[in-house]
Design a protein around this ligand. Structure first.
Ligand code: DHB
Ligand code: FE
Length: 280
């Protein structure tokens, strides 16, 4: 049986990828950001997951207004880095896990979550920046990655409650897979940020810190937070945080907090990062 052993949340700021790719990680602006992930890189290198399920959002790279799946699972053998306007990031191609991905699709869809099945997809900073933060700059990513894309770009995104329940369904799917795989699930995006309009640049550390606390200790209640509260308190792009609830739903009610990091700002965004292990 496969097991979800841990969950990771992290922001996905594209400028973090550009700083790494451009050799600027040691500069004074960026060094404190990357310092917050040193323990995380050591933790995941020691854990050696067999598979990562990476819950993220596409930013009109693979999808567009032509086609907007609410939830989409990548079942392909590989996913190339997307060209977001400056050429694809110089990071390894993401290798998928088609067998587990198809199993999850079948289990979750029969469990009444109608995922879109994607067999060809480029992956943008929403997926590659979290990989870079957790795995550094290797020649190949150390394990297969199953992309799970959530629409948080075009209204209406799914509710936090729906995301939380999807996480629970993903857990059931993984636990009904007949190979002893160690799986880590990432919930990415966030924290507070707004990239447009009169409130561009908004960051709300009080909201963010309360969100981190509730994610660990009171997720079922956090899942009830309505969209309007994310928009009002965390800015228009703060709605990315609903994706963290997919990760949290896939874990036990009781978890062990292994690591937490919060930093303001990186580009326009508050960076938040937590590692949770399923308490035995
Ligand atoms: C920024 C943050 C994002 O989440 C994103 O998708 C694009 C840009 C930023 O802070 O610059
Ligand atoms: Fe984003």
């Amino acid at each position: 049986m496969a097991h979800i052993v841990a969950g990771v949340t992290t922001s996905h700021v594209p400028a973090i990828g550009a700083a790494l790719d451009g050799g600027k990680a040691a500069e004074p602006y960026w060094a404190p950001v990357f310092a917050g992930y040193e323990a995380s890189k050591a933790w995941i290198a020691a854990l050696k997951p067999d598979v990562v399920i990476l819950v993220y959002n596409d930013h009109a790279s693979a999808f567009s207004l032509d086609m907007i799946p609410t939830f989409a699972i990548g079942c392909a053998a590989e996913f190339p880095p997307a060209d977001e306007g400056w050429g694809p990031r110089p990071v390894p191609v993401v290798k998928g896990h088609p067998k587990l991905a198809w199993h999850i699709a079948q289990s979750v869809i029969l469990d009444e979550f109608d995922l879109t099945i994607v067999n060809k997809m480029a992956v943008d900073h929403g997926l590659t920046v979290p990989l870079s933060l957790m795995f550094g700059q290797p020649d190949a990513w150390p394990c297969p990655v199953i992309p799970l894309a959530v629409n948080v770009v075009q209204y209406p995104p799914p509710t936090g409650a729906r995301c939380y329940k999807l996480g629970q369904a993903i857990r059931r799917a993984v636990e009904s897979y007949d190979e002893p795989l160690k799986v880590v699930i990432f919930g990415t995006g966030g924290m507070s940020h707004q990239l447009q309009g009169p409130r561009a640049g908004l960051i709300n550390s009080v909201f963010d810190r309360a969100f981190l606390d509730a994610l660990v200790a009171d997720p079922a209640n956090l899942a009830l937070k309505p969209h309007i509260e994310y928009l009002r308190e965390a800015g228009s792009e703060g709605i990315e945080l609903v994706m963290w609830l997919v990760m949290r739903g896939a874990l036990n009610a009781e978890v062990r907090e292994v690591h937490r990091f919060y930093h303001v700002p990186a580009s326009n965004t508050a960076v938040g990062h937590i590692i949770l292990e399923n308490a035995a």
